[in-house]
Design a protein around this ligand. Structure first.
Ligand code: ADP
Length: 497
């Protein structure tokens, strides 16, 4: 690398350093903000009660249903829990027609969803369905009759809702391109149940499910050694986590009915908005630009430094600043290929490098994973994904160093959230050798090289955890929160009746 490129890259990389000291400052502030969220509403970390008052231990049994309205697709599945930490899943997926996302009435969308459930039942559970129809015909009154063939269903609904019971929650606003005004403020479980009832389906919407809670439940059911899981965490497009809290710590008022006998409740932290006021979070010029130019400045500040949707954009802004630095030659030099032919690096006019959100975080994984001396796969991807033709090894190395720095900072920030919750739970102190189990889901933990290792490295540095504590923390993948997890919440809900 020409000297100035090396030096200037180092200068940028250094801005993403997040020292052990910073991690500990972050933990102290995270603990303060999470406890504030347990006391009152309207705080940075919302700490939303979920009405789920226990996690599974792998012995749960039965047949349940789950549906997931996420954004692009509607998933319907049935889950057979075998009671030995294993399960069988039957699954179908349908794209949501664009016109229904902006339908005139919520009935059109929810009617469509109920139809998909009917189709799924007829395809995969014909006997169950027929038995229900027979019973229904023979029953004198439809009202209040018990049906052992009734499916309990968990409804994963990934839009902002105000929950006021395990199967009650009103839609605060639509996101992700949906816009059906009459649904806002209504109970989404009731909207779905009404349409299910119109089709006389043997299905009860038993639980409204947040995807992090589903992740926690799915992990707890499948966790090796039947260790009860403490946290469900998502590091994908966005980031969020749910964990098991003692009810005595939950001091703000909780409307609605729930089972107090376990002494615990799962809390959906909404940690993406940790430290929106920027008391302790790092703030490079690139973070500031990203936030200023985002659709929601000042909001989801933690998420904007941690999750897949934003990391690529931070890298892009940092790389562009190097490119525009007059003292540096990045993507401008002459390179030689293996045959000794020379070519000049150039960037296609439509390159994502110069467009907001033009660099997908998955390119960071390619960069970090490429250990070849020539960085050949990275250079190939710079060409195919960003139209950067004939980048030199030096250019690619600068890109890789920046990607690594941004990814490492994200992992260390993730450790702040996870480590704080482990400390809050007191579980490391309760026993001297039990594992503290964490279920994680999302492309970053699944695909970004060494993401979990970098989290562990930071956990070791946290006062109150240390290397010994970190060894007792187990972060495992839990990839089917909206299927198995939602089914398990339906099971918990059915038990509460
Ligand atoms: P979701 O959170 O929407 O369920 P994912 O967990 O797959 O979905 O996360 C998608 C996000 O992860 C996108 O922002 C994408 O840019 C990013 N992403 C996908 N693959 C990778 C990868 N290999 N490395 C880093 N980020 C990735």
């Amino acid at each position: 690398m020409p000297n100035s490129l090396v030096e200037e890259t180092k200068r940028i990389v250094a801005q993403f350093d997040y020292s052990d000291d910073d991690v500990n400052k972050g933990v102290r502030e995270f603990l303060r903000q999470m406890n504030e969220g347990l006391q009152k509403d309207g705080t940075s970390i919302s700490q939303i009660p979920t009405y789920v008052t226990g996690v599974p231990n792998g012995t749960e049994k039965g047949l349940y249903m789950a549906v997931d309205l996420g954004g692009t697709n509607f998933r319907v599945c049935s889950v057979h829990l075998n009671g030995d930490t294993t399960f069988n899943l039957t699954y179908s997926k349908v794209a949501i027609p664009k016109e229904l996302m902006v339908a005139k009435t919520s009935k059109e969308l929810f009617g469509f969803l109920a139809k998909q459930i009917e189709f799924f039942l007829k395809t995969h559970h014909e006997e169950h369905f027929e038995a229900h129809v027979r019973r229904r015909r023979s029953s004198k009154t439809a009202e209040g009759y018990e049906d052992e063939n009734l499916f309990q269903l968990g409804f994963t609904f990934s839009f902002p809702v105000q929950q006021f019971g395990i199967n009650k929650g009103s839609l605060i606003r639509w996101t992700k391109g949906f816009d059906i005004p009459d649904a806002v403020g209504k109970d989404v479980c009731a909207l779905l149940q009404d349409e299910i009832d119109l089709l006389h389906l043997p299905v009860k919407v038993a639980a409204l499910v947040n995807d992090t809670v589903g992740t926690l439940m799915a992990r707890s059911y499948t966790s090796p050694g039947k260790t009860a899981t403490l946290i469900g965490a998502i590091f994908g497009t966005g980031t969020n986590g749910a964990y098991v809290e003692k009810i005595t710590n939950l001091q703000k008022s909780v409307d609605g009915v729930y089972d107090k006998s376990t002494g615990e409740m799962v809390i959906n932290t909404e940690w993406g908005s940790f430290d929106n006021q920027l008391n302790v979070l790092p703030k490079t010029q690139f973070d500031a630009t990203l936030d200023r130019e985002s659709v929601n400045p000042g909001i989801q500040i933690f998420e904007k430094r941690v999750s897949g949707m934003f990391l690529g954009e931070i890298v892009r802004l940092a790389v562009v600043s190097l490119y525009e630095n007059a003292n540096v030659s990045l993507f401008k030099g002459v390179t030689s290929n293996t045959n000794g032919e020379q070519s000049t690096t150039h960037i296609g006019d439509d390159s994502g490098l110069f467009q907001q959100w033009g660099l997908d975080s998955s390119l960071m994984s390619v960069a970090v994973a490429d250990d070849t001396p020539e960085l050949s796969s990275l250079r190939q991807e710079l060409d195919s994904q960003l139209k950067i033709r004939s980048a030199s090894v030096e250019d690619a190395q600068a890109f890789k160093n920046i990607a690594h720095a941004v990814g490492r900072r994200a992992a260390r920030l993730s450790a702040v959230a996870l480590g704080s919750i482990v400390i809050q739970s007191g579980r490391l102190k309760e026993t001297s050798d039990d594992l503290v189990d964490i279920g994680a889901d999302g492309s970053l933990v699944e695909h970004y090289p060494f993401f979990r290792d970098m989290i562990y490295e930071a956990l070791k540095a946290i006062e109150g955890i240390g290397p010994e504590g970190a060894e007792r923390i187990r972060i495992g993948l839990a990839t089917d929160g909206s299927g198995v997890g939602a089914a398990l919440i339906a099971l918990v809900a059915a038990g509460m009746e």
